[in-house]
Design a protein around this ligand. Structure first.
Ligand SMILES: *Cc1c(COP(=O)(O)O)cnc(C)c1O
Length: 385
């Protein structure tokens, strides 16, 4: 079995599992309880929070623990908009649904939402952002790195524009964490979303960095945990595991990035040189090192995924919703791709457990299945396969 869908989720690191186990078996106290069991659980959360904060150079009290990227994004959007007088939000047209859907919901509630366009590489132009800003703008939310094509946005420049206009800037960094160095202070970011299961931690836990001084309202009310910003008994074991996953990245981020880069470079160069009528999507350089995204003209990405799966290789078209409801990728459409280019797209994302041998095996299988699919393609005559 070869797993090349690390942008969708990642294997939980063995050290993360080990770190979590005591919190199921012995240290099961409620972190709000006064007794020893409670105090131990509470200390474990604080230690994890320290590790999460350290990964992005935040202060410990700037980390709100959530149930993952989706909740962090929702908290940023609803938590800020409900605090502000302004009723205008600027985002991009290539965001994850966990940004687009809350924005569209607010649009129905009377907010004005600007969905910034992107170029052929998936870049937002900071000049377009400047033009959209109005007196009514209460939030700018632009993703750090795209989950489909891997393009990294000019975040520093975008944050600077927001700061100059005194507008709160949020970034969905779920795909960027661990793949590019992130420093919220250096970059001037106000809010930043992280998800544990995209960085070899457990699912169902994540964080929202909230810069000191930024006021935000809670999505959930109750016992007042997380300083009133997220009520509900903390998921202690998962939080501890998430903390460990952050520590493991922090310990050898350069090594991990070099490993991703080595594998993806090999994958890209072999695919482009050995499979004709194939393109790499996203920017050639400004991309997270674990992402590859191709278009194989004349074939359907969904057929490719099925063929790869028959060969025990897990891959993706890149857009999660396309699997369920056959919706064409909004990201590729925003990048100006034709229907045919969108259809033929395939995302392969590498992770810490992948090997060079797996990459070579994958390319060999890809060569074979693309050839098979093209032999029966309706576009056969057009491309002369
Ligand atoms: C996976 C992902 C999310 C959602 O995170 P969950 O923890 O699965 O809720 C949000 N944004 C991006 C860019 C993602 O890749």
């Amino acid at each position: 079995m070869i797993y090349l869908d690390n942008a969708a989720s990642t294997p939980v690191h063995e050290k993360v599992i080990e770190e979590m186990l005591p919190y199921f078996r012995e240290q099961y106290g409620n972190p709000s309880s006064i007794h020893r069991h409670g105090r131990l659980a509470n200390t474990a959360i604080q230690n994890a929070r320290k590790r999460i904060a350290a990964l992005v150079n935040a202060d410990i009290n700037e980390i709100l623990i959530t149930s993952g990227g989706t909740e962090s994004n929702n908290t940023a959007i609803y938590g800020i908009s409900s605090q502000s007088k302004g009723k205008h939000i600027i985002t991009s047209s290539i965001e994850h649904d966990a940004i687009l859907e809350p924005c569209k919901h607010l649009e129905k509630e009377g907010y004005r939402i600007s969905f910034l366009p992107v170029d052929q590489y998936g870049f937002v132009n900071p000049e377009d952002l400047k033009k959209e800003i109005s007196d009514d703008t209460c939030l700018i939310t632009i993703m750090y790195a795209n989950n489909e094509v891997g393009t990294i946005q000019p975040i520093k420049e975008i944050a600077k524009i927001a700061r100059e206009k005194n507008i709160i800037f949020h970034t969905d960094a779920v795909q960027a964490v661990g793949k590019t160095p992130i420093d919220v202070k250096e970059f001037g970011i106000d809010l930043l979303s992280i998800s544990s299961h995209k960085i070899n931690g457990p699912k169902g836990v994540g964080a929202l960095y909230i810069k000191n001084g930024v006021k935000i309202s809670p999505l959930m009310l109750g016992g007042g945990q997380e300083r009133g910003l997220r009520s509900g008994t903390e998921n202690v074991a998962s939080i501890v595991g998430f903390g460990m996953a952050c520590k493991l990245i922090k310990d050898d981020v350069n090594e991990k990035m070099a490993h991703f880069k080595k594998l993806s470079t090999r994958l890209i160069s072999r695919v482009l040189s050995e499979i004709p009528s194939t393109t790499l999507n996203g920017h050639p350089d400004m991309r997270i090192p674990n992402n590859t995204h191709f278009t194989f003209l004349g074939v359907s990405g969904e057929d490719l995924i099925i063929k790869l799966d028959e060969n025990k290789i897990s891959a993706s078209t890149g857009s999660a919703c396309s699997v369920k409801i056959q919706k064409a990728s909004h990201v590729l459409k925003a990048m100006g791709f034709s229907h045919e280019q969108v259809t033929g797209s395939l995302r392969l994302t590498v992770g810490i457990t992948n090997t060079e041998q797996e990459i070579d095996e994958t390319v060999d299988v890809l060569k074979k299945v693309v050839k098979e699919l093209r032999a029966v393609s309706p576009y056969k005559s057009k491309y002369n396969f």
